[in-house]
Design a protein around this ligand. Structure first.
Ligand code: ADP
Ligand code: F6P
Length: 324
């Protein structure tokens, strides 16, 4: 049942991602265009429970479309996972006149958003994570920037690996998902890609491929290892011992989460942010904005959280075929 809202809040939660600022800007400006008032909630659900709430206008979001990080800061908040914490959050929203909220984050954040919705605060979720691990959507805010950042870093490591004729294990982020690893694997022409969704732990097979590649004259051997597998340092030591080829591990780490968002992240985040504000203005609640099969769509939050997705097998097979 549609319920009109007058004042909305916006918060970012979980890991930050480039493009979150573009999304915040779009939420704020589209909401104001629709005659709504907007409040920024600092530091995710933690800031909500601490009542760190500020008024926002169109100038509050000037000069941020091109910046990484999130101007609202982000946090993780244990208290909000409890029914008492959620009730307190809904009560604080009401106290500040907030009757709608946009939550930019990942699956954990959407679970919280669903709870706020059931407590009478209209909520809309926006997928913001570099990991691309949200099942209902083919795009998440920050993934494009993160893979471009990682790709450029891996190109640089490749130069020095070739000069020294070394093997390099490069660990990329992604929590339990291998999307960043898969994309970098293809974009960087990696000799091997280790994905949590696929890796069977057969290190001997990996070693055999490295030896084979060296016999075929490959000067370097780039292995992209997903964070979900990890242990890059010890893997490098074992590979060096088994192959006799100098092997180095590099963990790219947090650099992947920062930096100026790409054009795609700015545009998609802007469209998603504006869509969220429009949905709230229409009185909608408990929806998650997504991009699926080439279109911007929205799903019921619980339905979206129940969806599953996997690494596209054809893309994984292509990645492997192109380096043999
Ligand atoms: P992400 O949103 O990126 O998946 P987290 O899983 O860390 O990141 O979740 C972010 C925050 O969302 C948590 O710190 C917590 O405050 C809230 N949250 C996570 N799970 C739940 C839940 N089941 N119910 C309510 N809130 C939750
Ligand atoms: O979800 C984004 C992400 O960067 C993951 O790739 C990584 O596992 C996690 O966040 C790291 O989180 P934290 O900032 O808590 O170290």
């Amino acid at each position: 049942m549609a319920k009109a809202v007058k004042t909305i809040g916006v918060l970012t939660s979980g890991g930050d991602a480039p493009g979150m600022n573009a999304a915040i800007r779009a939420v704020v400006r589209m909401a104001i265009n629709k005659g709504l008032k907007v409040k920024g909630i600092m530091r995710g659900y933690a800031g909500l429970l601490d009542e760190e709430i500020i008024d926002m206008d169109t100038t509050s979001v000037s000069d941020i479309i091109n910046t990484g990080g999130t101007i609202l800061y982000t946090a993780r908040c244990k208290e909000f996972t409890t029914p008492e914490g959620q009730q307190k959050g809904a009560d604080i929203c009401r106290k500040h006149g907030i009757d709608g909220i946009v939550v930019i984050g990942g699956d954990g954040s959407f679970r919280g958003a669903g709870k706020l919705s059931s407590l009478g605060i209209n909520t809309i979720g926006l997928p913001g994570t570099i990991d691309l691990d949200i099942a209902c959507t083919d795009y998440t805010i920050g993934f494009d920037t993160a893979v471009n950042t990682a790709m450029e870093a891996i190109d640089k490591i490749r130069d020095t690996s070739t000069s020294h004729e070394r093997c390099s294990i490069i660990e990329v982020m992604g929590r339990n998902a291998g999307y960043i690893a898969l994309w970098c694997g293809i974009a960087n022409g990696a000799e091997d890609i280790l994905l949590p969704e696929r890796y069977d732990g057969d290190e001997q097979a990996l070693i055999n491929r490295i030896i084979e590649n060296r016999k075929r004259g490959k000067k370097h051997n780039i292995i992209i290892n997903a964070e979900g597998i990890g242990h890059s340092g010890s893997m490098a030591k074992r590979i060096e011992a088994a192959t006799g080829i100098e092997t180095r591990a590099t963990i790219l780490g947090y650099m992947q989460r920062g930096g100026m968002p790409t054009c795609k992240d700015r545009v998609y985040a802007s469209i998603m942010g504006a869509t969220a504000a429009k949905l709230l203005a229409e009185g909608k609640s408990n929806r998650l904005v997504a991009y699926r099969h080439g279109e911007f769509v929205d799903y019921d939050i619980q339905e979206a959280l129940n969806m599953t997705k996997d690494i596209p097998e054809d893309q994984y097979e292509i990645a492997k075929a192109l380096v043999r």
